[in-house]
Design a protein around this ligand. Structure first.
Ligand SMILES: NC(=O)c1ccc[n+]([C@@H]2O[C@H](COP(=O)([O-])OP(=O)(O)OC[C@H]3O[C@@H](n4cnc5c(N)ncnc54)[C@H](O)[C@@H]3O)[C@@H](O)[C@H]2O)c1
Length: 326
């Protein structure tokens, strides 16, 4: 299939891109490189452009006779979205509407959208697809707005859409060639590994009095290669005129302290911690229920334990201590 991977120079997008290519798809990346890395995209496959440039999107889709879009491009820092909602609504909402308009204008019907467990807000885990959606920050709201827009565009223009709600994406390519390189880095595993590399003095634990087994927050860590597998599978389960939703997690919760302990075992580094107060808006436990994805897509996470996930990320960080920068 001829697929346009929008935001494909970023972390999750670049891993999906490789999986699509190894499964014989003809893939192009459209990315403004605001966060992504040209080095994460195979030579000759990158089109540098912005989501807001509807004309360039139309031209790209027509030129490459695109059949499906995978849409990873977004601003995705919860804290930043609270202080700069303007940027989040512009990129995530206006930008995505521009992409949808370009699809309608070019006759591209299939779209797979990177949504997030942040659309749910504070709900009792395990989180199934049909639980109420009450996001507690602008980032989560922008993603929920687009889920609604996708359902409406699908119904009106016979699009075939999927919203894949990831829990915490993590890990790196099994061959060590690409991995996570965000600036600034806000995700726990790369931060812990930067401590092991001597690039940070310690890792901070925000909140040690949560009602969890060890008092720290519990999250569901889903490997990027498992996410890539789900993206490919969902392409053959799209339905004309409809939006389908899947929650993509392992169904297993891992605490912040457990991640740090596992990283100590993997790296052999003591990884000092500083314990501080809770951050506003952090739920105690976020954990997905992957039953629907298993039943309908035949998908389940291959990486269920946290140690192999950290091993894959550690291999990338050790080989690329400055990320994609030489
Ligand atoms: N990383 C996670 O844990 C996680 C969890 C849930 C959902 N998500 C969602 O998955 C998607 C990918 O996340 P990621 O961690 O790979 O992010 P990322 O920042 O690494 O990748 C996003 C890519 O989009 C590009 N981009 C941003 N704005 C653009 C614009 N206006 N025009 C064109 N390109 C633009 C960036 O340059 C980057 O390459 C995002 O939509 C995010 O909301 C991520």
């Amino acid at each position: 299939m001829r697929i346009l991977v929008v935001g494909g120079a970023g972390y999750v997008g670049s891993h999906c891109l490789r999986h699509l290519i190894s499964n014989h798809n003809d893939v192009w990346v459209y990315d403004n490189l605001s966060q992504g890395h040209a080095a994460a995209v195979p030579e000759g496959r990158l089109i540098v452009g912005d989501l807001l440039d509807t004309g360039k999107l139309i031209e790209t889709m027509k030129q490459h006779d695109i059949e499906a879009v995978m849409h990873f491009a977004a601003k995705a820092l919860v804290g930043e979205s609270v202080v700069r909602p303007d940027i989040y609504y512009k990129t995530n909402v206006t930008g995505t509407l521009s992409l949808l308009d370009a699809m309608v204008a070019s006759g591209v019907k299939k779209i797979v959208f990177s949504s997030t467990c942040a659309v749910f807000g504070n709900v009792q885990p395990p989180i199934t697809e049909d639980l109420p959606k009450n996001p507690i920050n602008p980032y989560g709201f922008t993603k929920l707005v687009i889920e609604h827009a996708l359902a409406d565009y699908a119904a009106a223009f016979q699009l075939e859409a999927a919203a894949l709600r990831y829990f915490n994406a993590c890990g790196a390519a099994s061959d060590g060639s690409i991995g996570e390189d965000h600036d600034p880095e806000s995700h726990l595993i790369p931060i812990v590994l930067q401590v092991a590399l001597g690039q940070r003095p310690h890792v901070q634990i925000y909140g040690t009095d949560y009602p969890t087994l060890d008092g720290s927050c519990v999250r569901d860590y889903i490997h990027v290669e498992d996410l890539a597998d789900a993206h490919l599978r969902v392409l053959s389960h799209l339905k004309p005129g409809r939006l389908v939703h899947y929650n993509l997690g392992t169904g297993v919760g891992v605490s912040v302290r457990e991640v740090i302990e596992a990283a100590r075992r993997v790296t052999g580094h003591p990884i000092p911690v500083i314990e501080s107060d809770r951050r506003p808006g952090d739920p105690a436990v976020l954990m997905g229920d992957p039953t629907k994805a298993l039943k309908e897509l035949g998908w389940s996470a291959k990486f269920k334990a946290i140690e192999p996930v950290i091993k894959s990320a550690w291999a990338w960080h050790q080989a690329h201590p400055s990320g994609f920068q030489k």
